[in-house]
Design a protein around this ligand. Structure first.
Ligand code: CP3
Length: 349
């Protein structure tokens, strides 16, 4: 028997596999009791440095849900810690940086990344690829803008005023910072691909806070450089590009960024997103995570609508429009996977 091609990789590459592939951003994490047990007494970032824990946690949602792809259990700020930035992930808050980035001198605290900084990632990816068999592993990194926002603000922020002050107030330093972060994220993706990851996702979670002109001129080039490094390592590995609230940026996030798939949040209907992104790029998305808490008939109706809206796309990978919230019921996620797999999408309905 010839091995079945992965539906996830097929959809990313623009074909229509027999069933629509599905995975969930943040599928490994707090909504799973087995995750909470595995993490007991171990900090988030410490758990990311232990390959046997990374392997175990990455596999949990694959076993429980039967999703079409695994995503490496890690965090976007991990490579920053690996090069020496003093930071922590505070439960319920997010990443907090001990000394925020404010001046040119701070660039010295942010050296370039090489594979020797993250041997535990190479180990975890290698082990996972052997254990996953036919299920592809998605590697990931934070995009330079989103990483810069944590470094400059010192932690999560609603409006990113300090980040934007740097972008507008010191364009030279801004560019140096984004160039450095693009080296770090690009190399981090390259390491994961070299160890056997089948695809990568670049998370630019907070890019949607930007004016489109600033995104295009001051942010997109750095993200495109990250994706170019991934493409140079493994041209065949799909590159997914995701952000939140990016409706006005979608036209730039596919081809112009060097992405093969654009992750769409729930604020733009998927068929409209396809029009904005263009005909030769696959899409991923886009169920509102809050709908996971709605009665099942509502969830079902929304899932089926997204499948119809995605049927006209170059390729469609079903996902949420952002990460699984901590309060989500794992049984609902399982029912969604089954529904997506059992439905033949038809754009004409
Ligand atoms: O998707 C997955 O299952 C893989 C693992 C993954 C994590 N973080 C694990 C994690 C991925 C892909 C990320 C990416 C990430 N991290 C992003 C981009 C995606 C997005 O949500 O927009 C961002 C912005 C971060 C930064 C970060 N790390 C935040 C905002 C938080 C949540 C803070 C909180 O507690 O509410 C984290 C912590 C984090 N990363 C957890 C997990 C499982 C929770 C840690 C815990 O158990 O306390």
């Amino acid at each position: 028997m010839t091995p079945q091609p992965s539906p996830f990789l097929a959809a990313c590459r623009g074909s229509r596999p027999e069933r629509t592939p599905v995975w969930f951003m943040r599928q490994a994490g707090r909504s799973l009791p087995e995750y909470r047990r595995a993490r007991e007494g171990i900090s988030m970032l410490e758990s990311c440095r232990r390959p046997e824990l990374v392997t175990q946690i990455t596999l949990q949602p694959v076993h429980r849900y039967g999703v079409d792809a695994a995503i490496l259990y890690s965090d976007i700020v991990l490579p920053l810690q690996a090069v020496g930035i003093d930071l922590d992930i505070v439960p319920g808050v997010g990443p907090v940086i001990a000394e925020p980035f404010r001046t040119r001198g701070d660039l010295d605290r942010l050296p370039e990344l090489d594979a020797a900084h993250v041997p535990f990632i190479t180990q975890a990816v290698t082990d996972l690829v052997a254990l996953l068999g036919d299920v592809p592993l998605i590697g990931f990194a934070g995009a330079p803008f989103t990483l810069a926002s944590y470094l400059v603000e010192g932690g999560p922020s609603r409006d990113l005023t300090r980040t934007k002050a740097l972008l507008h107030g010191d364009p030279g330093l801004w560019k140096s910072l984004l160039d450095r972060l693009s080296q770090i994220s690009g190399e981090y993706l390259r390491v994961q691909l070299a160890a056997g990851a089948s695809a990568v996702q670049l998370f630019d979670s907070w890019a949607g806070t930007l004016e489109p002109v600033d995104y295009r001129d001051r942010v997109l080039p750095a993200s495109a450089a990250v994706l170019a490094r991934a493409a140079a390592e493994r041209p065949d590995a799909p590159r997914i590009h995701f952000g939140v609230g990016t409706g006005e940026l979608l036209g730039s996030m596919g081809r112009p960024a060097g992405a093969s798939v654009v992750g769409v949040d729930f604020r733009v209907p998927l068929d409209e997103a396809v029009r904005r992104i263009g005909p030769d790029t696959a899409v991923q998305g886009n169920l509102d995570p809050a709908v996971l808490l709605a009665p099942w008939p509502v969830v079902r109706e929304r899932v089926l609508r997204i499948l119809r809206q995605g049927a006209g796309a170059h390729g469609h990978v079903f996902n949420l429009g952002h990460g699984v919230p901590p309060g989500a019921d794992p049984q609902v996620l399982k029912k969604i996977v089954d529904l997506v797999h059992d439905t033949v999408p038809d754009a004409r309905e």
